[in-house]
Design a protein. Structure first.
Length: 402
């Protein structure tokens, strides 16, 4: 028996605990309740953390998972037996070989691929396992794995684009603050000392800068210690799932950042639900999986409401139209309604997900274009202030020498 840690939620109510089961699938069945969604389920031993709240490096990074899924899809599609395909990947001898070898041994004992993978919930998500199960049932495992590989790659690239869009402004701001701090803390005091040796009076702006520089020098160790504590505090908050969900829920309704967050969530939500419908997974299960993936309180509650209405026999489009228009714009319910008439809901949802991905890219570009001029003006004003405070006393000294 293996001990698992679980967290389930219904609206704003959250329950956590531990449970013993043979496999993660059995544990999932034991903790499931009507109207409740599984937020987290993993082996208790995987709760171990590294030094200072940081986890050790994962054994199966996302790009390796993409390559592994792609390899399985192409091998099975070419007629290679599943065990041979797994063994071929094990021969590479890297750090993920141990995991794949365990999966292979489980398959040799008679388990299905989805069952063997479910032992590693931190590597293979519930969505991943469910789609593999669907492929096993329908006999289209190669096609399902190929779809998974493409979707994992698409999501990896999408998240990388979002991160890179925000990286440049953050880097410029960080470097600028470091340079300005060094100038104020090192250069300005030397200029002030030289000026005072000549017996000149310091200009008002230089005196203000001198006090600030003195503060930085006198309390440098305290300031560094404060920023270290602040960093640890923010890391702790971001690692706390409950706190992170509250922050996400508040930010979702903010003007520009909230718009980008909603579009990002909708792109993932629509792609997950569309993919699940395409491969024969029931809509309630698809909504449950998407609620777990998006990890946002507002959308989780909305998914619960939609699920309840669908269970009572309501159409998906009608259930969507009843939700907050800020979370699910009317274009989504209209597209689903059209898909319900033609039997192509999955196609409509996939196309909408592409639309929202494009919108995220466009709005991120707009945001960076807004931030850059503001940064240039702010840093320019700060540099001008420092330059004046340095040049003014030098000008006074040269005037006296003349």
């Amino acid at each position: 028996m293996t001990e698992y840690i679980y967290e389930i939620a219904q609206g704003r109510e959250v329950k956590r605990g531990k449970i013993n089961a043979e496999t993660i699938s059995e544990a999932s069945l034991q903790i499931k309740k009507p109207g409740w969604f599984v937020v987290e389920l993993k082996e208790a031993r995987k709760e171990r953390r590294g030094f200072l709240f940081f986890n050790p490096k994962p054994k199966f990074p996302s790009y390796d998972r993409i390559n592994f899924t792609d390899h399985l899809a192409s091998s099975i599609g070419a007629g290679t037996a599943l065990q041979e395909a797994l063994e071929a990947y094990i021969e590479e001898g890297d750090r993920k070989s141990e995991i794949i070898d365990t999966i292979n041994k489980d398959i040799q004992r008679g388990k299905k691929l989805s069952e063997a993978m479910s032992k590693y919930p931190s590597i293979f998500s519930p969505l991943y396992i469910t789609l593999v199960q669907a492929g096993e049932i329908t006999g289209s495992l190669d096609e399902t794995l190929e779809y998974l590989a493409n979707e994992l790659r698409r999501e990896h690239e999408f998240i990388a684009r979002v991160k890179s869009a925000m990286f440049y402004p953050a880097l410029v701001l960080s470097v600028s603050l470091v340079v300005v701090t060094l100038v104020i803390g090192v250069v300005v005091p030397k200029i002030i000392a030289i000026t005072e040796n000549f017996g000149s009076d310091l200009p008002a702006i230089t005196r203000i800068m001198a006090k600030f520089a003195g503060f930085l020098v006198d309390y440098a160790s305290l300031i560094v210690f404060f920023f270290i504590l602040l960093t640890i505090f923010f890391v702790y908050i971001l690692r706390d799932r409950g706190m992170r969900r509250k922050i996400n829920a508040r930010m979702t309704r903010s003007p520009l950042i909230g718009l980008i967050m909603r579009q990002f969530i909708l792109a993932r939500f629509l792609r997950i639900v569309g993919g699940c419908i395409k491969y024969g997974i029931q809509l309630p299960k698809a909504l449950e999986l998407s609620a777990d993936v998006v990890d946002n309180d507002l959308y989780r509650t909305a998914c619960e409401n939609i699920n309840k209405k669908i269970t009572r026999g309501q159409n998906f489009s009608t259930a969507l139209s009843d939700e907050d228009k800020l979370l699910f714009p009317p274009i989504i319910s209209r597209t689903v309604k059209g898909g319900e008439k033609t039997g192509k809901v999955d196609v409509g949802l996939m196309r909408l997900s592409v639309y929202y991905e494009t919108e995220v890219d466009r709005n991120l570009k707009r945001l960076t274009e807004m931030i850059e001029p503001m940064m240039v003006v702010s840093l320019g004003a700060l540099v001008a202030l420092i330059a004046i405070s340095v040049i003014a006393p030098i000008y006074q000294m040269t005037s006296k020498i003349k």
